[in-house]
Design a protein around this ligand. Structure first.
Ligand code: UDP
Ligand code: MG
Length: 338
């Protein structure tokens, strides 16, 4: 492969003020080992702290720092898409701001891409050291479940720390779905992927943005986005109960004809009614989930709305928090490539 000219580093940031300088410095340290030009794309995902100001400060010091700032918090998935949309590099890497994705791996990833044998280099952590055990437990169950249910194979412990070539980026940004689940999308697009492994690293500064319930919702998102098995299960359950009911009707008719019809079995009847009622609601709920996702997709709303980028920032006074929040530019609709 021809030596790529530009490597774009995409960093989604939500309230990452304390981590940003550490991140930037850590990249500077490995930069000499990367035989290419660099650009940073910081995506401020509607942060409430001084993240945007910090990014603007970095931009003022270093013109290679570019940024996109959202009109509100749209979530990490939207931030990743915005980063991919704005990246100009022929090789692109996505990484978290908190240094949980070790920059020391960048030269190796880059070298692997340069060999031309791989289109993507993914990373996975082989331990979940430092993570609450309950979170690790449910994460493992989730990976097993989704891999059973979906054709797309998700790797346990896979991070969103990935280096990819331009064709992979173009494939990713061609998918404008509203309910995004990047871990699945990275696999869905295919290409030749090399996996690198490393031990879990704890956050350098700040705190995690993912509560248990946010992760739970994310898991449901992943299952709905990459599998329709729950719908099949709901239908299958319906078929099984129809069969049982059919057999019971025959049994009851024969029993009544043979032994008369003593009124009994009240409690069991109530149990059956409750069970069936519950199952029907469950099946409706599952269908509802898919319907809701379909509903959201059909609205074709943008995945994110940009308030500020380095290009239009010049017309807006930066530095103080209030100045930035008071003067908002008209929201620019996205999807430059859609
Ligand atoms: N993030 C984001 N928007 C959000 C939540 C998180 O852009 O709504 C970013 C966050 O700033 C960080 C990355 O996504 O760079 C991963 O988040 P975090 O470190 O909190 O997740 P964890 O590592 O705990 O899974
Ligand atoms: Mg983190």
């Amino acid at each position: 492969m021809k030596a790529p000219k530009l490597l774009s580093i995409i960093v989604p940031c939500y309230n990452e003020e304390p981590a940003l300088q550490l991140f930037y410095d850590a990249i500077q340290k490995v930069a000499p080992d990367l035989p290419t030009e660099l650009e940073f794309i910081f995506v401020d995902d509607g942060s409430r702290d001084g993240t945007l100001q910090k990014i603007q400060q970095l931009h003022a010091q270093d013109p290679r720092v570019r940024f996109v700032s959202f009109s509100r918090n749209f979530g990490k998935e939207a931030a990743l898409l915005a980063g991919l949309d704005h990246a100009r590099g022929d090789v692109v890497v996505t990484m978290d701001a908190d240094l949980q994705d070790p920059p020391a791996l960048l030269p190796e990833m880059y070298q692997l891409i340069q060999t031309g044998d791989y289109d993507q280099v993914g990373t996975r952590r082989v331990t979940r050291k430092g993570e609450p055990p309950i979170r690790s437990f449910f994460a493992r169950r989730f990976y097993r479940l989704i891999n059973h249910m979906s054709k797309v194979e998700l790797v346990d412990g896979a991070r969103d720390y990935r280096m990819m070539t331009r064709p992979v980026v173009d494939a990713l940004i061609s998918m404008r779905e509203y309910n995004r689940f990047s871990k699945g999308l990275f696999e869905f697009v295919g290409f030749r992927t090399k996996w690198l492994e490393y031990e879990n690293i704890e956050r350098a500064a700040g705190e995690t943005k993912w509560s248990f319930w946010r992760l739970f919702a994310y898991a449901i998102e992943g299952i709905c986005a990459f599998s329709t098995v729950p719908l099949v299960l709901a239908a299958l359950l319906g078929v099984i109960f129809c069969l049982i009911a059919f057999i019971m009707v025959i049994v009851i008719i024969i029993r009544t004809l043979a032994f008369g019809d003593p009124v009994s079995g009240w409690p069991s009847l109530i149990c059956v009614i409750l069970l069936l009622g519950g199952l029907q609601l469950l099946a409706l709920g599952i269908i509802g989930q898919y319907l809701a996702k379909t509903y959201l997709e059909t609205k074709h709303r943008p995945v994110y709305i940009v308030r500020l980028t380095e290009d239009n920032a010049a017309s807006i006074k930066p530095t103080t928090k209030s100045a930035v929040s008071a003067k908002s530019t008209p929201a620019k609709k996205t999807s430059p490539k859609a």
